[in-house]
Design a protein around this ligand. Sequence first.
Ligand SMILES: Nc1ncnc2c1ncn2[C@@H]1O[C@H](COP(=O)(O)OP(=O)(O)O)[C@@H](O)[C@H]1O
Ligand SMILES: [Mg+2]
Length: 290
Amino acid sequence: MQTETNTSIENAEKATIEMKSVSRGYGEKWDREEVITNFDLTVNPGELTVLVGPSGCGKTTLVNLIAGFDFPESGEILINGKPITGPGHDRMVVFQETALMPWLTSYQNVVFGPKLRGDLTGQDLKKKATDLLTKVGLSEFMDKYPLQLSGGMQRRCELARAMINDPLLMIMDEPFRGLDAMSRELMQEFFVRLFEDGGRTNLFVTSEIEEAIFLADRLVVLSNRPTSVRKIIDIKLPRPRNFHQLTSSEAFDYKREAMELLHEEALKGFGAAAGESQKAFMESLTKTPS
Ligand SMILES: Nc1ncnc2c1ncn2[C@@H]1O[C@H](COP(=O)(O)OP(=O)(O)O)[C@@H](O)[C@H]1O
Ligand SMILES: [Mg+2]
């Protein structure tokens, strides 16, 4: 999308996130569940890092730790070298569930945070909010309430609501899940352009491999629980990205590699939950006949 706005969005400082030997589990000794163990990951500044992993593997747990909504039981998480001690508007999270307040218009939702904190007021706030809403294609919808917006528009309003804080890091936890296929594709295209425009550090969580490959600079394939990094795949498709690239042989190779790894991990989970005999049965189903 073309835009003439040039607020500090493009110049925002970029975050480096370092997770060092991070562990988090739930429950007491007798019903203990280890979710993340000795998790190491560096999210590089200005890159779009995508975490992909089976459902229930601990992606949202990781998001909550980096957002500062939750804390590691051991290990440490640093943002630009400093430990994360709680939530802060230097890290904005966009979840699948809408966080828009239904009784406020798009504009009022976007200005809500800065207004509450008082760190941006008057004409400055108005200009920044209007620029951002224009950037996300909602200039005609500033006075509409969330329920009057389509699913895709709601997600774009969420992006504006997060971006007005100039976060050092944007964290997206399966933000496009639940959208119909066409809207989802449009949102991916829109989001990748926004990222390429701004170059902000982004951590994007998904369980969709194609979405992951389309967006990522680095694709982090997660293992089954207890979760660790199974493999990091550098996605070298040129930017700006477009959907035609997904039909290239390069993209196909990335997809095959990621799918094979994820399939192995999903089978491990299935085995753990259902017993080894069912796992062997599942494996036999996926074997190509000789
Ligand atoms: N607050 C909590 N208390 C107990 N268990 C939790 C809590 N949060 C997450 N879990 C467990 O951690 C595991 C990973 O969950 P989650 O991070 O939401 O996975 P994902 O986002 O990859 O689907 C799940 O088995 C879930 O039951
Ligand atoms: Mg989740």
